[in-house]
Design a protein. Structure first.
Length: 157
């Protein structure tokens, strides 16, 4: 019987980043809803609109925290496991020998939080996997290790 893989998870800073993004989006929607409700129905309509928007924002924040917790990856001898998904759980198995290249990306918000995303590309477009929210050093280490393992396993074919 195979040993249970050791799962690694994104940095807690990814949760913080997602919460900031959700908070800003909620704030923008609340302002727009408040203005629209104020033009149509007065103070009570504004309050109802703001309560609804803030309730939906809180629900979205809860879902984002759960979604970040669902991400994980495990390095095994022959392949990399990547899991994700809140409602629909997904487990991808990416054999090292099938990786064509591995890249690390970081958008402006990720760079602000010193995070990066590792993306593995294979010949099959549907099998591309990514691991978001890794500290920059860990993303570079993982990229280099996956590239080396991919090269070694592909050479053995």
């Amino acid at each position: 019987m195979a040993a249970e893989p050791v799962w690694q998870h994104p940095s807690p800073r990814l949760r913080t980043l997602r919460m900031v993004q959700a908070g800003l989006a909620t704030l923008v929607v609340a302002v727009v809803a408040g203005i629209a409700a104020g033009e149509r129905g007065g103070t009570s309509a504004v309050l109802v609109a703001l309560v609804c928007v803030l309730g939906l924002g809180a629900l979205a924040a809860w879902a984002l925290v759960r979604r970040v917790k669902a991400w994980g990856y495990a390095e095994r001898g022959e392949d990399l496991l990547v899991r994700r998904g809140l409602l629909v759980r997904r487990l991808s198995v990416v054999p090292y020998g099938r990786m064509q290249f591995v890249d690390v990306t970081a958008g402006p918000a990720e760079r602000l939080f010193r995070l990066a995303t590792v993306r593995m590309h294979t010949a099959a477009a549907a099998s591309d996997a990514r691991i978001p929210g890794l500290p920059v050093d860990e993303a570079a280490r993982l990229r280099d290790q996956l590239a080396a393992l991919g090269e070694a396993k592909a050479a053995g074919l």
